[in-house]
Write a protein that binds this ligand. Sequence first.
Ligand SMILES: C[S@@+](CC[C@H](N)C(=O)[O-])C[C@H]1O[C@@H](n2cnc3c(N)ncnc32)[C@H](O)[C@@H]1O
Length: 295
Amino acid sequence: MRISTPWSAYFTSKKTFRVRAVQENVGPFLKWAGGKRQIAQVIKSYVPKFKRYFEPFLGGGAVFFTVQPMQAVLNDLNSELINVYKVIRDSPEELIASLKKHENTAEYFYRIRSLDRDPLAYSALSPVERASRFIYLNKTCFNGLFRVNKKGHFNAPFGRYKSPKIADESLIWAVSRLLLRRDVVFASLDFAECLKDAEEGDFVYLDPPYDPVSETARFTNYSSLGFGREDQLRLKEVCDWLDQRGVKFVLSNSNTEFIRSLYASYEIRYVRAGRAINCDPRKRGKVVELLIKNY
Ligand SMILES: C[S@@+](CC[C@H](N)C(=O)[O-])C[C@H]1O[C@@H](n2cnc3c(N)ncnc32)[C@H](O)[C@@H]1O
């Protein structure tokens, strides 16, 4: 997907049902590696006044749900993830009905998981069925990790949880309501493409896959493409370009020498963040990570 029209053309600014009030009881509905739920309030405290909000690495959307901007471009390269957001907005009732049909057994889990190995069967699924499968796998797989192999096949194992909340009805309805009350454009593009028409007055929160602090801590398998040092360098170029255009941004990344020196010309804050997803349970505590800002 490439955009040929500016994002503004996609906003429906004449909506009469927009509600400005901050909506409570809404937040991430998925477990997501690198999720910002625990430091979303800290990040929000840095957010300046802005015209449009951009989040090119949306994931579980913790910061979006905290800031609740009126106009937003929400993007993630993972098109199946973006499909889930759209289905929650447009078809919450059908989605909940489908989620209620799932079973929490290993045999059923592996059958549902294997659907993406057969492109024909997979393409026959409706958007609601694909979203339902995605949420089901997220709630029942080991550690709630969305992980794919080089072929793009979901490969996290069954989690053996006693009673995972597969159909969280009130949360799905709350997220749907919020998305309908905001002018949100969803996209599934590379971050650089998504930010192409950002302009002065816009604000961007960037939460890319992190530069690994060690070889064993490497988790960038959100997509079959991965996210290596070349991508981190590309991201820095995009940040410089945003800065030159007068676009304010906050970027999260890990506390590595590479990232600190790459962004040495910007303001770097150190924050303590909880890490809920780590294959080693002893490493699920708090780690220091970076918030880099250009204003
Ligand atoms: C650290 S996670 C974001 C977590 C999110 N802030 C949250 O609170 O859950 C990084 C996200 O970037 C996405 N991603 C990876 N490569 C990308 C790319 N080149 N362009 C856009 N998104 C990408 C991944 O699919 C993943 O969801």
